[in-house]
Design a protein around this ligand. Structure first.
Ligand code: 7TS
Length: 406
């Protein structure tokens, strides 16, 4: 089905402005996507008409806000095809979701000598919490290496797995390289050794259909702000039987059943992991973001973005001096590259003067930059409102950069 791009673009107010005297071309979607009017309106509506704390009031507004917030949980369940809303835990984002799992398992599972496997192409958010977990528990961190192609070395992964492996975590799409990892196989191999596995889906949920039941990972997490939703909200999906066995994360209101000075009993799922007043407006915004994605169609988004990526790659390949960082066979959403002899920061600055927003630098994945021996890359990442005409403007911008520094 062809997308009605004009209609889609009309829903994003931020796109219709000039930056440095040029129409904005926004290609920094892997960092955060723009928000459609229905998301902005849902948040404004909450603050204008519905603002109240949730799960605690008998009064009208509190019940209204509670219903809306819980509707967001149901929307996420639907988006992920999760079994039950009890498995959907709201967090501040991917980073907090990963820290939650790392912290709770450090206190309940990891023992000295256990092994935790991550990959060489993780975001810092999926590295540092595991380093902290190892520091505190005496577990040992193992890293799946990456091949020159930007693909994970699956033979090395198989060799790393053994009876000491307690936990495995990888992203499903790398934010630095665009590599789509074979997570079905990675999950099955981890489970065959009896290890738990977490998938960092921050770069997947905005771009592809995710079915957590079919995937069968123990934990799956992502951030709303990369999928047309607000900042400050994310999701941890976990299997109910595992979440039930885990100790709580933050202590406070909402996560308790009963508190006395002698002891406290904890609330049922998902509230056990949601201490304190949550980001209510954010949750309500997420519900609208899911509706936006459903209205456009997640498959349509995936197909259209694949078209954009193929077009960008074809055009970039024609330019002399373009060096791709990561050329995995299966890639999505973004292209990471450098121009021979030109620092990515200089290139990004010139593009900005032309109204083109791309990301330059290490993309919070410094080990990836070290592995490929580059100071950083230029990264163009796409969303459903981007167009081939914008890619043409971007390509003309690259030629301009080359003229200036070449
Ligand atoms: N994991 C991946 C794969 C990511 O791409 C990001 C954010 C995170 C985790 C952290 O998400 P947060 O919402 O908790 O911050 N990635 C990027 C990026 O590529 N540029 O800016 C943020």
């Amino acid at each position: 089905m062809a997308l009605n791009l004009e209609n889609i673009r009309a829903q994003f107010p931020v796109l219709h402005q000039e930056v440095n005297g040029r129409p904005l071309v926004y290609f920094d979607n892997a960092a955060t996507s723009q928000k459609p009017k229905m998301v902005i309106d849902a948040i404004a509506q909450y603050y204008n008409k519905e603002n109240s704390n949730i799960h605690r009031g008998v009064h009208y507004l509190s019940q209204l806000a509670t219903d809306k917030y819980e509707k967001a949980r149901e929307a996420i369940r639907r988006l992920l095809n999760a079994k039950a809303v009890e498995e959907i835990i709201f967090t501040r984002g991917t980073t907090e979701a990963i820290n939650l799992v790392a912290n709770c398992l450090t206190r309940s599972l990891f023992k000295p000598g256990d092994e935790i496997i991550i990959s060489a192409i993780e975001h810092h958010s999926n590295i540092v919490p595991w380093q902290m977990a190892c520091e505190q528990s005496g577990a040992v961190l193992k890293v799946i290496p990456v091949l020159d192609s930007g693909e994970l070395d699956m033979d090395a992964y198989k060799a790393l797995l053994n009876e000491k492996t307690k936990f495995v975590t990888v992203n499903s799409i790398s934010n630095a390289l665009g590599t789509v990892n074979p997570i079905e196989e990675i999950i099955a191999l981890a489970h065959a050794k009896g290890a738990l596995i977490l998938i960092d889906g921050a770069q997947s949920v905005p771009h592809a259909k995710v079915d957590v039941q079919a995937l069968d990972a123990d934990f799956y997490c992502f951030s709303a702000h990369k999928m047309y939703g607000p900042t400050g909200v994310g999701v941890l999906h976990g299997k109910k039987e595992i979440l039930e066995k885990m100790p709580p994360y933050h202590g406070g209101g909402e996560m308790i059943k009963e508190v006395t000075f002698e002891g406290t009993t904890y609330n049922d799922l998902p509230f056990k992991f949601e201490g304190g007043t949550p980001n209510i407006a954010g949750g309500i915004g997420v519900e609208a973001a899911v509706r936006f994605m459903e209205e456009v169609g997640v498959e349509n988004i995936a197909n259209y973005e694949a078209e954009l990526l193929a077009y960008a790659l074809e055009k970039l390949k024609e330019i002399e001096g373009v060096q791709f960082i990561g050329e995995a066979k299966n890639r999505a959403g973004l292209v990471s590259f450098n121009l021979k002899g030109i620092h990515p920061y200089d290139a990004g600055t010139v593009l900005d003067k032309l109204g083109i927003a791309i990301r330059t630098g290490h993309h919070c994945a410094q080990p990836v930059m070290d592995r490929f021996d580059v100071p950083g890359t230029m990264r163009a990442s796409f969303a459903v409102y981007n167009t081939k005409q914008e890619i043409d403007v971007f390509i003309a911008g690259i030629h301009r950069v080359k003229q200036m520094f070449g």
